[in-house]
Design a protein around this ligand. Sequence first.
Ligand code: SF4
Length: 247
Amino acid sequence: MQNRTTSQNRINYSRQTEKIIGDLAKAGRTGERAPRLLLHSCCAPCSSHCMEYLREHFRLTVFYYNPNITVSEEYEKRLAEEKRLIAAYNRQVEDRNFDGMHSTASAHRIDILEAPYDPEDWFAAVRGLENCPEGGDRCTVCFEMRLRKTAQTAASLKNTTQSFGFFTTTLTISPLKDAQRLNAIGLRMAQEYGLVWLPSDFKKKDGYKRSIELSREFDLYRQNYCGCVFSKRDSEKTVLEKSGERL
Ligand code: SF4
C-alpha cells in the first residue's frame, strides 16, 4: 500500500515551499494580497513553528480535523491548546508585539475552522490495520482521510470570498512522519479536487527544533503519543519495556 521512496529519489519539499514563497513575493502577493492557506493541523506543538513561519506569507486558516484522536478528552485538550496558541499569536499581531524573533510586521492574523468530530468513521477506515506499527499502512489511511477532508473543505469554498489559494498540513513537522508520503497524498488530493497543494517538510531547517522551543515558551501540552488508541498502546508498551516491567 505504501508509496516507498528511495534515498535517491527523495524530493526536497522544503526547498519547494521556499520557491513558492519566493515566487509569491516576486508577484507582489504579500500583505493584503497574500494568498489564503487552509492549514490542516494535528495539534498545537506541531503547528507552532508552521504557523509562525507561514503567517508571514499567507493568510492562514487552521483546519482542525483529527478523528484519529479517538479519546474525546484528549481530542478536546489538544483542540483547546490549539486555540490558546492561535489566540496568543493573534495577540502578537494585534499588539504589534514584534521583537524580531517571533514575527515581523508582515505577519497575518490566524483563523480556525473546526470540522465535526467523527472517530467512528476513522475506526471504520483503519479496520484490519490495528496492529500496524506507527509509520505503517494505518498511518497512510489516516493521512489520506485527514488530507481528503481538508481538500474537500477547501473545494467547497472555491469561488467564494473564503476561497483558498493553497492547502497543506502540519504533519510533515514530525520526524516520525514520512514527508514523501504525505506530500504524495497531498498532491493527489489537489489533483482530485482541483486545488493547489503547498508542498512542505516543516521539520527541515530546524523547524522541528523551533517547535520544541515554542512549545516551551507557550507552555504547550505535548502528548507522548501520536493520537490514536493504537499509538497510545504502543507508546505505553515501550515505556513499560524500557522500565523493565512485564506486560
Ligand atoms: S499513529 Fe498517528 S498517523 Fe498513524 S494511524 Fe495513529 S494517529 Fe494516525
